[in-house]
Design a protein around this ligand. Structure first.
Ligand code: SF4
Ligand code: SF4
Length: 117
């Protein structure tokens, strides 16, 4: 199994997840095909050791174990796996200081992506 970054991460990129990942397997896309790889982070399925550190650390609640990804985000499983075919276009995301989102912002982001509150 692996953990999966879903679209709830898109454009947020606060990197709280990367700060806690013990194997540095959370990446950002550096290539030019942003239609194929939208602006979010990606977990390398072959490198993730299923430690669960990132899931509670993500303030946007964007990370799920593969077998618990909500129905609305099922396509994001394949999207994370797809990075394995384009590894040269990815860089490990370093931790950056970012402001924590408010509860209202978190709920608004979920609503934007069709998650019922
Ligand atoms: S902590 Fe969550 S929202 Fe922030 S970059 Fe990581 S997966 Fe994306
Ligand atoms: S589950 Fe652990 S190893 Fe996998 S991405 Fe999250 S923090 Fe990294």
């Amino acid at each position: 199994m692996t953990y999966v970054v879903t679209r709830l991460c898109r454009d947020c990129l606060d990197t709280a997840c990367t700060a806690v990942c013990p194997v540095s397997c959370i990446y950002r896309y550096e290539g030019s095909d942003t239609d194929a790889f939208p602006k979010q982070l990606y977990i390398h399925p072959g490198e993730c050791v299923d430690c669960n550190a990132c899931e509670p650390a993500c303030p946007w609640e964007a990370i799920f174990p593969e077998d618990e990804v909500p129905e609305a985000f099922q396509d994001d499983i394949a999207l994370n796996y797809k990075m394995e075919d384009f590894e040269d276009d990815f860089e490990v995301q370093e931790e950056e200081e970012n402001e924590q989102p408010s509860p209202a912002e978190i709920e608004a982001n979920k609503a934007k992506w069709g998650v019922p509150s």
